[in-house]
Write a protein that binds this ligand. Structure first.
Ligand SMILES: Cc1cn([C@H]2C[C@H](O)[C@@H](COP(=O)(O)OP(=O)(O)OP(=O)(O)O)O2)c(=O)[nH]c1=O
Length: 198
């Protein structure tokens, strides 16, 4: 049976995305797409993440008949994208701005097989509690802010920053599981959901 299924490839260097995709109980291979992630002038964050997910798929165009899955996540505050912090000063500034208010997290997921391509965009609203300077200092002394959009990881210590969340948590971590499962089903790949270890 399994040999009739399309081979699934996750086009991502994010270990979080690989862990989330594994939760669907599907076998897949991982390969990273290296693209220029510079936003275009006046590009809206929603358009930006969709373009990024699709350009990651474009960059891995030679995967033959495999079903390719790529994604991009950004944190949005006042209509402005907060990407990954470049240094500690930028990470601090992001966390100060996120403190005591709500922001949006968008993830775009692109599934592509041959000429067939579908992209979904998922939004989660996250409200942070007030973050004191001491708390931000302590957080910056960990590894967590690095390589994360908005300089935080909801799945780690920053889980205690979150007062309220409206929407998908997996979307914030980098791959919305409901929408990804449904997207893969559109391409005939049904989540395994067998042999769980939880
Ligand atoms: C907000 C938030 C982001 N993140 C991560 C998810 C993504 O890995 C990262 C956003 O960067 P992305 O550019 O979306 O992804 P990536 O560069 O890590 O991987 P690739 O482009 O190869 O797929 O931030 C968390 O892990 N937890 C969080 O709470």
């Amino acid at each position: 049976m399994e040999s009739n299924l399309p081979a699934l490839v996750l086009g991502s260097a994010s270990p979080r995305r690989a862990d989330l995709l594994a939760q669907l109980g599907l076998k897949f291979q991982v390969t990273a797409a290296d693209i220029d992630e510079t936003p275009q002038l006046d590009e809206a964050p929603r358009s930006y993440v969709q373009r990024m997910a699709e350009e990651k798929a474009d960059a891995l165009a030679d995967l033959g008949s495999s079903l390719l899955l790529t994604a991009d996540t950004t944190v949005v505050l006042d209509e402005v994208s907060l990407g990954k912090p470049q240094d500690a000063a930028q990470a601090r500034q992001m966390l100060e701005r996120l403190s005591d208010r709500s922001h949006e997290v968008y993830t775009a997921v692109c599934a592509r097989q041959g000429l067939c391509s579908e992209t979904v965009l998922v939004r989660t609203l996250v409200e942070f509690a007030p973050l004191t300077p001491a708390l931000i200092d302590a957080y910056l002394s960990t590894d967590e802010p690095w390589d994360k959009a908005g300089a935080y990881a909801i799945q780690g210590l920053a889980g205690s920053f979150v007062r309220r969340i409206d929407g998908s948590v997996s979307n914030v971590i980098g791959l919305p599981l409901v929408e990804t499962r449904e997207l893969l089903a559109d391409f005939g790949l049904v989540a395994g959901l067998r042999g769980g270890r939880a």
